[in-house]
Design a protein around this ligand. Structure first.
Ligand SMILES: Cc1cc2nc3c(=O)[nH]c(=O)nc-3n(C[C@H](O)[C@H](O)[C@H](O)COP(=O)(O)OP(=O)(O)OC[C@H]3O[C@@H](n4cnc5c(N)ncnc54)[C@H](O)[C@@H]3O)c2cc1C
Length: 122
C-alpha cells in the first residue's frame, strides 16, 4: 500500500500530527501505525492536560469533550509525613487553573475517532 506519510505511534503527538496533516491536505494518504491492541492501550493513564495545543488543533473540542475531562479547580502542594501533611507554597509551574484532569489513554482513543471516523481502533 502506498502512503504519503506514515506516522509511527498513536500517542498524543502522532495523533495530533496525523490530524494536522489531514487538516492541511485532506487528499493526502496518512497511515498511523500503533503497536498497542487499541489506541490508548499503551498510554499512561492519568494526566493533567494544558489545553492550549488542543484548542489550536481542534477549536471546537469543548463541545464533545473526551469522556474523562474534569476542570482543575484547586491546587495544593503538600509534604506528606508519617502522620499528616505540611502545606507548602505552590511553585508557579504547578498552577493548574484552566487545565483539565484527563485519562491520556481515553484522550488518545477520542483523538483517533476525530482522525479516523467512527472506530477508534482501525
Ligand atoms: C509518570 C508520567 C506522568 C506524566 N504526567 C503528565 C501530565 O500530568 N501532563 C502532561 O501533559 N504530560 C504528562 N506526562 C508526559 C506525557 O505522558 C507525554 O508527554 C506524552 O504521552 C508524549 O506523547 P507521545 O505521543 O510523544 O508519546 P507516547 O504517549 O509515549 O505515545 C507513543 C505511542 O506510540 C506507540 N509506539 C511506540 N513505539 C511504536 C512502534 N515501534 N510501532 C508502533 N507504535 C509504537 C506506543 O504504543 C504509544 O501508543 C507524564 C509522563 C509520565 C511518564
Amino acid at each position: 500500500m502506498q502512503y504519503d506519510v506514515v506516522v509511527v505511534g498513536a500517542g498524543p503527538a502522532g495523533l495530533a500530527c496525523a490530524i494536522r496533516l489531514k487538516q492541511l491536505k485532506p487528499e493526502s494518504r496518512v497511515c498511523l501505525l500503533e503497536k498497542g491492541p487499541t489506541v490508548g492501550a499503551h498510554i499512561l493513564s492519568g494526566c493533567v492536560m494544558e489545553p492550549a495545543p488542543l484548542d489550536e488543533l481542534l477549536p471546537d473540542w469543548h463541545k464533545t469533550p473526551p469522556a474523562i475531562c474534569v476542570p482543575a479547580t484547586k491546587d495544593e502542594f503538600v509534604l506528606l509525613t508519617k502522620t499528616g501533611r505540611v502545606r507548602l507554597p505552590r511553585p508557579p509551574q504547578m498552577k493548574n487553573h484552566g487545565n483539565f484532569i484527563i485519562s491520556l489513554g481515553s484522550l488518545c482513543a477520542w483523538l483517533a475517532r476525530k482522525r479516523l471516523g467512527a472506530s477508534p481502533n482501525r
